[in-house]
Ligand binder design. Structure first.
Ligand SMILES: Nc1ncnc2c1ncn2[C@@H]1O[C@H](COP(=O)(O)OP(=O)(O)OP(=O)(O)O)[C@@H](O)[C@H]1O
Ligand SMILES: [Mg+2]
Length: 238
């Protein structure tokens, strides 16, 4: 059971306050949706959680430890924060072999994660010939190699077709139902509305709402209206 706790995180780039005093928790057994428009600070926040960006202040912990202090990070948190990963000349299978070696994972996991991400048929083709959706799946397969307790995915539905979005939803649901922790970001509420249990809405670097998706729906009639009211409201945008 892995709890992700973000506490008072702030990050400023030059004049831009990318994230301001942001706190929330992603609980085990729940899919937490981290939602906000472009430039709201989602990626910066997830990068701070994963130790890729140093916060100006605040802390992010994974079961009480900073990512950098985890003994076996890729067995604890699987993350997808960009799609730059695979070399176009490598097959998907080879990419996973290299990643498994680097992470110290059992090579037997490779076929399992290929199956989980429905890439078995394409595994021996070079990734340069793959579609964006397939590369998104490969990034997820790589994150799953260590069978991590928590998944942190930045915009995981990007590049997926409707069937792919449905498939991803089921995969995330199964993991949450098994007591694991899932944190996903999106700027597209409609793609995650039916996948998430809890919602954190970020706008201009500030958390403007957090609670269950049912509470969000109840607050404004529909989740979409709630999201628009929270993120497009006049006044405090930068
Ligand atoms: N390395 C950086 N250097 C300078 N500014 C940055 C850097 N990274 C992010 N920013 C700025 O911080 C703000 C938040 O960016 P971030 O990428 O976290 O937003 P986001 O919510 O992930 O947006 P998107 O939905 O477009 O992915 C933006 O104004 C962005 O321009
Ligand atoms: Mg982003």
């Amino acid at each position: 059971m892995t709890r992700l706790v973000l506490d008072g995180l702030s990050k400023t780039y030059g004049e831009t306050a990318a994230v301001r005093d942001l706190s929330f928790t992603a609980e085990p057994g729940r899919v937490t949706g981290f939602l906000g428009p472009n430039g709201a600070g989602k990626s910066t926040t997830l990068r701070m959680l994963l130790g890729l960006v140093r916060p100006d202040c605040g802390s992010a912990t994974i079961d009480g430890r900073a990512y950098a202090d985890l003994t076996r990070p890729s067995n604890t948190v699987g993350a997808v924060v960009d799609l730059a990963g695979a070399h176009p000349g490598m097959t998907g299978h080879r990419h996973l072999r290299v990643a498994a070696a680097l992470g110290g994972h059992d090579p037997g996991r490779i076929d399992e994660v290929l199956e989980q991400t429905e890439l078995t048929g394409a595994a021996h083709r070079r990734t340069g010939t793959w579609s964006t959706g397939m590369r998104q799946r490969l990034a997820l397969a790589t994150a799953l190699l260590g069978d991590p307790d928590a998944l942190v995915l930045d915009e995981p539905t990007n590049g997926l077709d409707p069937a792919g979005v449905h498939w991803l939803r089921q995969l995330l649901r199964r993991r949450a139902d098994a007591g694991r922790t899932v944190l996903i970001s999106s700027h597209q509420l409609s793609e995650v509305e039916h996948s998430v249990d809890d919602v954190v809405v970020i706008r201009g670097g500030n958390a403007v709402w957090s609670g269950s998706v049912d509470e969000l729906r109840a607050s404004h009639g529909t989740v979409e209206e709630a999201f628009l009211a929270l993120t497009v409201a006049t006044g405090t945008s930068r």
